[in-house]
Write a protein that binds this ligand. Sequence first.
Ligand code: ADP
Ligand code: MG
Length: 606
Amino acid sequence: MSDIIQLLPDAVANQIAAGEVIQRPASAVKELLENAIDAGSTQIEVFVKDSGKTLLQIVDNGCGMSATDARMSFERHATSKIRTAHDLFSIRTMGFRGEALASIAAVAQVEVKTRRHDDEVGTFIRIEGSEVKEQETVSTPVGTSFSVKNLFYNIPARRNFLKSNPVETRHIIDEFERVALANCQVAMSLHQNGLEVFRLPVGNLRQRIVSIYGANYNERLVPVQEDTMMMKVQGFVGKPEFAKKSRGEQFFFVNNRFIKDHYLHHAVSNAFDELLPKDSYPSYWIYIEIDPSKIDVNIHPTKTEIKFEDERAVYAIIRAAVKRSLGQYSVTPTLDFDKERAFDVPYSDQFKPVTKPGVMINTGYNPFERDRESKSIQTAGWEKLYEGLRQEPKTLSTDTAAVELPLEHAPSVAPALSSESIFQLSHAVIVVQLSGSGMMLIDQQSAHERILFERFLLSSAEQVTGSQHDLFPVTLQFSAQDTSVINELREELRSFGFDLQEFGLNSFVLHGRPDSIEKGTEKETLEKIIEEYRQFQTVSSPDIHRQMAAALARSLAVRRGRKLSSSEMRRLVDDLLQCKEPGTGIDGKPCSQLLTAEDILAKLKR
Ligand code: ADP
Ligand code: MG
């Protein structure tokens, strides 16, 4: 029998390697940006078309390449950055594996134009699927311009695997921000489909952060600075009161390389300790300078994970540094975190109906169709207890015709309740006595979320936009990340009453806002929705509409900790009982509970 092992042809080997390094357009952006940085550029421009699916172009003014180097740069393991194994322990450049260009060229149509400062002419090379198609001498500015066209054109499976444009754009912005945050000394810009997303001038770190996230970040930053024999730590942490509900702005850079490190993340979170409101995450931009021989960056193909020789010491230093800055800036836990300034409107105002004067209800529309079975079991007890209280509104009939239900005819529980029979525990739980048979305990926050959720679903299902139009529409400015989420959700937002029109450089004109939202709080509400959305979105969620309704409800609902007047409580109970699922919060957990005298006796083992 003959031998069967063969060496893979280069093109195949490169494609396999590409699978590790280049997962999506954003990975190519990262590699090309890092190369531009390594080339000593002071200005880098990025142009993106179709979220990088059709074109990515990175133009730098760095050192450029000779004709031979330009040709060589596409070979696997071709690098100018290390020569010996020993060099691996003193890496200061972003790249060193010599894989990126070979990988990109294996899975795309790539063109490079490059010229060194002292050369009169430059080089042009076109390469497709690892095959050089064209090479010539051209006149071109000093520096290098890489165009990557039709990524994965020769691997349809990978191309089909790419996510929607807004999702891929977000990944690109992520990578761009990471490189931008690590290189304040380089002017950088990003354009997508002709629109400018970022224009970042040279500046210090604070200025860079502000030009990325917006002017309001200036007051949010607390500097961190620590010099030890072993390493240097500097950067910023966000003041606790600006902590986010989703992990967004958390950055570690080691020798200017962005890294992910759960252990060090823990060090920062730990330093924040009780300063943070529950379920929120600190923002931080922390830069570590350490002798390269004390770390190993060579453990991951995309180089986002590194190993420290003495991880525990690094942990201790970072924790101490963050703790000290927070202390120095006397950010103490006296702040009232539970108070949500943006939503500090009287509770009763929050109950302004989304549609008026009547609610159009499509009785055939059942947003809970899918899990009706399990839910009907949970709510079975309700039906029984509320017989009489809940004079079975027409809304719950199975008739598919839309019926109009004027608000004033809405069933009310009020007559069944005396003023003594409703009160609040710990400003969080509402207790209602029910016509002698028992009592209902209601978590005010999740109950209100349930109410708002069903309202938003109903109003949008009926295309009743419930939108308020102001005479002078406001312009709202967002971060680039938020802008891409807004674009992703634009249609959904519109169906809930947010009428946003794009207005260049991450700004929008707001032509209409939902009735239920106070004028002046639109931006904060939208930011909250975006954050909620980021936090709760599941990659494969089939029903973005429900998710949006839930995000809106969560961001507008009254919080636990808010004192409610008895009429507000009554109103809430009343509204809850009109919900299709009064017993279940929108997170699927119970939002209220019934307790009968029997239950209580049973609990007491009587
Ligand atoms: P690595 O960055 O790991 O060395 P790459 O495949 O990314 O490997 O790049 C290969 C080589 O091509 C680099 O080592 C560098 O010499 C050269 N190169 C790549 N991009 C640029 C650029 N923008 N300007 C100058 N030289 C570049
Ligand atoms: Mg590289």
